[in-house]
Design a protein around this ligand. Structure first.
Ligand code: ZN
Length: 432
């Protein structure tokens, strides 16, 4: 199995124990001699004139036309990263490509730590290992025409070689070695997202087709789901939608999952109807990017839920900032919402900045200190007459289909085993 490729104009191979450079597949090479050309050199691989040049201490050792293979009895170091097993360097289209060939389980060692924090519960890591294994097999050959299987970016799965490996994720992979998730004896497409916000979604609400094992399930134990708010003025909506002046916005929420299935903007020159993933991605035109999830409600901006009784001095026009420990400061102009029924543990601090730019801390030491304003009203429709801007208040992060990673970690803490976690999120599957 071959994995990942990147184009490097100049690649350097650093000495790392006893590696050696071997001659690879070089059909048209003029200087093939099938012998090991070097051992323990401080090698350097350079792209020269559509060929691969190998230098040792500034001395040109050899030039190869097509490819070389580097093998090591330990790891191969390349561009400050370490790789397992075998590296092919291929000269194609006037640049060098690097391909790491290794066993799929070893590949997962480098992948899973990028997908879930390695400090999370063991059973959650094992569930993630199975989804990654399913995903890797399902995507073998994605880059077949380029001469390898999968790339090392988010396009396939992020892969950073040995440097990224963590003992906890390596253990999770070893302990589920060869285990896959199946539906009707076929490998499932094990899609997942960071957090569902309380309910996962049906595949057909996000993509085109219904999938029997990708059905909405109540994610009631999920803890730590991202909470977010975004505010847009009607003028901003107008410039994004290109339907003249937008005067009205209408949301249709699914009664089961609470997600927005349809968002309609009505302008002076027509309507813009957003459905499926467009409900999120439409907002990528705005500086804040796509919405984090489709699990949101709408309210009139300026209609904020305030913090505890110590904030009596907050005036309606003040702006409230929330600071989270993860650095993802939730900042918005007019509104901040703490939902006492879900977790707001990620919020470390809240500040209010008044018109004179004075900053006062709302000292939210305990989320139970927050009093919600009973006047808050979520609405399904707003017009420019009602308010000059709208605020979305949401939960969750990602498309919401399949496994919720935060939910998986919560289930693991409750005692669920990895196969039970997978069966919770993927309806009717087998894990074996
Ligand atoms: Zn790719």
């Amino acid at each position: 199995m071959g994995f990942f490729s990147k184009n490097y104009e100049n690649s350097y191979i650093y000495k790392d124990n006893d590696y050696y450079v071997m001659i690879g597949n070089f059909n048209n090479s003029t200087d093939a001699n099938n012998t090991m050309i070097s051992k323990n050199i401080n090698g350097e691989v350079v792209h020269i004139d559509n060929s691969i040049g190998i230098y040792d201490n500034n001395h040109l050792l050899a030039v190869y036309k097509n490819s070389i293979t580097i093998k090591s009895n330990d790891y191969i170091s390349l561009l400050n990263k370490k790789y397992r097993n075998l590296i092919n360097i291929i000269c194609k289209n006037n640049s060098l490509s690097v391909i790491n060939t290794l066993d799929i389980e070893e590949y997962l060692y480098g992948v899973v730590p990028s997908e879930m924090p390695s400090s999370w519960h063991k059973e959650a890591l094992k569930a993630q290992a199975v989804t990654a294994r399913n995903y890797a097999y399902a995507n073998l050959g994605t880059h077949k025409k380029d001469g390898y299987d999968v790339c090392d970016t988010v396009h396939c799965q992020v892969y950073n070689g040995v440097n990224n490996e963590k003992q906890s994720t390596t253990d999770a992979i070893n302990e589920t070695k060869g285990v896959f998730a199946y539906y009707n004896n076929e490998l499932i497409n094990a899609v997942y997202s960071s957090s569902s916000g309380g309910y996962t979604d049906d595949a057909e609400n996000v993509w085109n087709n219904s999938v029997p094992y990708l059905k909405a399930v109540k994610d009631e134990y999920e803890e730590g789901a991202k909470q977010w708010t975004r505010t847009f003025t009607f003028d901003e909506l107008s410039s994004m939608a290109s339907i003249g002046t937008v005067n009205e916005i209408i949301l249709e929420n699914s009664s089961v999952t609470g997600r927005v299935n349809k968002l309609t903007l009505i302008g002076t020159n027509g309507e813009k109807v957003l459905e499926k993933e467009e409900v999120r991605t439409f907002f990528s035109k705005h500086i804040g990017g796509s919405l984090d999830s489709k699990n949101f409600k709408m309210l009139k901006a300026n209609n904020y839920i305030s913090a505890n009784s110590k904030q009596d001095n907050i005036e309606k026009d003040n702006t409230i900032y929330a600071i989270s420990s993860k650095g993802s400061s939730a900042i918005n102009r007019d509104v901040f919402v703490i939902d006492k029924n879900t977790t707001s543990s990620e919020i470390d601090n809240m500040y209010v900045i008044n018109k004179n730019q004075n900053i006062s801390n709302l000292l939210p030491k305990n989320k139970d200190d927050y009093n919600t304003n009973s006047n808050i009203n979520y609405v399904s429709k707003l017009t420019r007459k009602d308010s000059n801007s709208v605020t979305f208040v949401g939960k969750g992060w990602g498309h919401g289909v399949g496994m919720s990673q935060y939910g998986a970690n919560s289930l693991a803490k409750k005692g669920y085993k990895y196969d039970e976690i997978l069966k919770y999120y993927y309806t009717g599957i087998e894990v074996k």
